[in-house]
Design a protein around this ligand. Structure first.
Ligand code: FRU
Length: 502
């Protein structure tokens, strides 16, 4: 019977003439392009009722190459509409990562009919000339079509990339933070008009070192729990390898920025402070120009790891973003810490809530969660147990675990047995330190077919990991090891945002 089904299925797929591959389950509430390769988020900007999400995209295949800016828009950060490629590669130049702004004061002169232009500043990567320099393109039709103005900043380097540009109100000029990737340095420039750039300062190496630094961001946040009115600047930097999850990942620094120079707060630790402890959170950058009545800082990350990014077993699209996350800054007894939470708009996709409480022991208990796309609030009292786990199991017995080890204050995601092997870097256990002295821990878990986003310690610790099942539906269960524990769960099935019309 089983053989028949498989043969019939293979036949059906082959009959389409497309490929012998089976499409993998699509996420319900995470953005993925319909097909082809995607990496970093680019050009995040809000304008005229729309959040723009541009991204590194290969229009011609499902591996890295022909880098162009793909494009999607949303009115609420959860329902995304994929649009045609915004900035294609040209004969010599690929469109690498960068950012976008609304040029409200028309400093560029590219505005039309009294309307501000959207300006994209991105890296033109010229493999023949071995040069990376910064390019400007503009749009007068809400990002639907773009005119490439050309190169605006070159330092003659093959590794100068990923400009994040924003308006610095205090000095009334534009600021760019980019990287000298191999030198592990962030470099800052300023400009009156986004076309002429002047070198301002350099930061690094510092914190985590790697083969390269990539995709920086720089933004100011109020400090929760700090002195009244205290505000600080966050410099985020991504590392191409050598990050906490084993491959590529992000770190951040907290300090001050005077429009020219970023300086660390006193006592900032010399070791890396990680944005996320999983393997699949990379190149996160934040939106520019959110509406005046929305004080949030929101970023989104690419849910992948450069070690195995091109090998992940998905088809016909290879690329997924996390949900947009609100980023806040806290003063804690341990120092300044970033916290992340899914944007509240994600909750709009929640279906009917299921409540469930249970005492857990060695025998796994089924949880009343239907399917692989869910939003969970989990309260654990670890009691006498030395480990508590929630397992996601597929029909072939492959299993991904979310768990805590109170004795060693660890939260983990274990994907050592989460699906058929495809890359040596993939099967691993990712650990985040979480204080569990009180034996209680609250986890927010977003699961969406092939991604887990786990938020703990009020969002100051997150683990973002992809997982790829062997086949069939996913089933949820929970258990405790070495004693008994209490679980209290609120679970919402999530609507498919690609079909949902709310
Ligand atoms: C980061 C990155 C960037 C570069 C882009 C190319 O993932 O390597 O530094 O601009 O990807 O696609």
């Amino acid at each position: 019977m089983k053989t028949m089904t498989l043969l019939a299925m293979a036949g059906a797929v082959l009959a389409t003439g497309a490929s012998a591959q089976r499409p993998d389950p699509r996420p319900a509430f995470h953005f993925a392009p319909q097909r082809n390769w995607m990496n970093d988020p680019n050009g995040l900007v809000y304008y005229d009722g729309e959040y723009h999400l541009f991204y590194q995209y290969n229009p011609h295949g499902d591996r890295w190459g022909h880098m162009s800016w793909g494009h999607a828009v949303s009115r609420d950060l959860v329902h995304w509409e994929e649009l045609p490629v915004a900035i294609p590669e040209t004969a010599d130049i690929m469109a690498f990562s960068g950012s976008a702004v609304v040029d409200w004061n028309n400093t560029t002169g590219f505005g039309r009919n009294g309307k501000p232009p959207l300006i994209a500043i991105y890296t033109g990567h010229n493999p023949k000339a071995k040069l990376q320099s910064q390019y400007l393109a503009y749009s007068n039709d809400r990002g639907r079509s773009w005119t490439v103005h050309g190169e605006v900043l070159s330092v003659g380097s093959p590794e100068f990339r990923d400009p994040k540009v924003f308006w610095h109100a205090a000095t009334k000029r534009w600021v760019m933070v980019a990287v000298m990737a191999l030198e592990n340095r962030a470099v800052l420039f300023t400009s009156p008009d986004l076309k002429q750039w002047r070198f301002a300062s350099s930061f690094g190496p510092a914190g985590g070192h790697g083969k390269n630094w990539e995709c920086p961001d720089l933004f100011e946040l109020p400090v929760q729990g700090g002195a009244p009115g205290e505000r600080r600047w966050v410099l985020s930097i991504n590392l191409g390898d050598n990050a906490i999850g084993g491959g590529s990942g992000g770190q951040y620094f907290v300090g001050d920025f005077d429009g020219t120079r970023f300086t660390l707060v006193a006592g900032w630790p010399s070791d890396a402070q990680w944005m996320d402890y999983g393997a699949d959170f990379y190149a996160a950058v934040s939106w520019n120009d959110l509406p005046k009545d929305d004080p949030r800082r929101i970023w989104i990350g690419w849910a992948n790891d450069w070690r195995y990014a091109e090998a992940i077993p998905t088809w016909p699209a290879r690329g997924l973003m996390t949900v947009p996350r609100e980023v806040t800054l806290w003063k804690t007894p341990l120092g300044y810490r970033l916290a992340q939470a899914p944007v509240r708009e994600v909750e709009r996709l929640r279906g009917t809530r299921q409540d469930f409480t249970a005492t857990l022991g060695e025998t796994p208990l089924d949880l009343p969660i239907a399917g692989g796309s869910a939003d969970l609030m989990v309260d654990l009292d670890t009691g006498s147990a030395d480990q508590v786990t929630i397992a996601l199991t597929d029909e072939q017995g492959y299993q991904t675990l979310i768990g805590v080890n109170p004795g060693v204050d660890e939260l983990f995601v274990d994907r050592t047995r989460s699906g058929p092997h495809f890359h040596d870097g993939f099967p691993a256990r990712h650990i985040a330190p979480v204080d569990m002295k009180g034996k209680r821990v609250r986890l927010r878990v977003l699961a969406d077919q092939s991604i887990l986003e786990v938020y703990a310690a009020d969002g100051t610790r997150t683990i973002t990991d992809r997982f790829f099942r062997g086949g069939g539906q996913l089933r949820w269960s929970a258990s405790a090891r070495g004693g008994s524990a209490r679980l209290s769960l609120q679970a919402w099935p999530m609507a498919d945002a690609t079909k949902d019309t709310r």
